[in-house]
Design a protein around this ligand. Structure first.
Ligand SMILES: [Fe+2]
Length: 155
């Protein structure tokens, strides 16, 4: 596919912006999952406490991969709580909730991240950036699976 230099630059900017959003959303979701891990109570404590730990640990690893992928695109990775919070649309929950409400809130946050990651998959595909597209596809697969598990718990 032939593109003008201008189009390439514009498209690359969109890919970088989408990766920055994915990084910020993932960091915000990790922090909310950690909060749920610490504070969940009730008869489902043991399974939810362990499940949330698996989720935030997976996110911690993924975040590093996303940031370092940005560096391979010669972009600089955003970091720090304040900067990332300002770049994410993922919400935040109260610290003390009924057990099911932690799960319901995390469902909403995964859905927010997924909607943004689908946009990232689209702009990467349109840019012909298959490595970024692959990263978005992999993250979508993992978030869709976690979403299924969280929703199944609520049924
Ligand atoms: Fe812990």
């Amino acid at each position: 596919m032939s593109m003008t230099a201008t189009t390439n630059t514009d498209t690359n900017t969109q890919v970088v912006a989408a990766l920055e959003t994915l990084l910020a959303d993932s960091y915000a979701l990790m922090a909310q999952t950690h909060l749920a891990h610490w504070n969940v109570e009730g008869p489902d404590f043991f399974q939810l406490h362990v499940a949330f730990q698996g989720q935030y640990e997976e996110l911690f690893t993924a975040i590093d991969d996303i940031a370092e992928h940005l560096r391979t695109l010669e972009a600089y990775a955003p970091g720090g709580l304040n900067m990332l919070a300002g770049m994410s649309q993922v919400g935040s929950m109260e610290r003390r909730l009924p057990a099911k409400d932690y799960v319901a809130n995390l469902v909403e946050y995964h859905e927010t991240l997924i909607a943004n990651a689908k946009n990232g998959r689209t702009v990467s595909g349109e840019a012909g950036d298959t490595e970024s597209e692959d990263l978005f596809i992999e993250r979508l697969r993992i978030h869709n699976k976690t979403l299924w598990m969280l929703k199944s718990h609520l049924k």
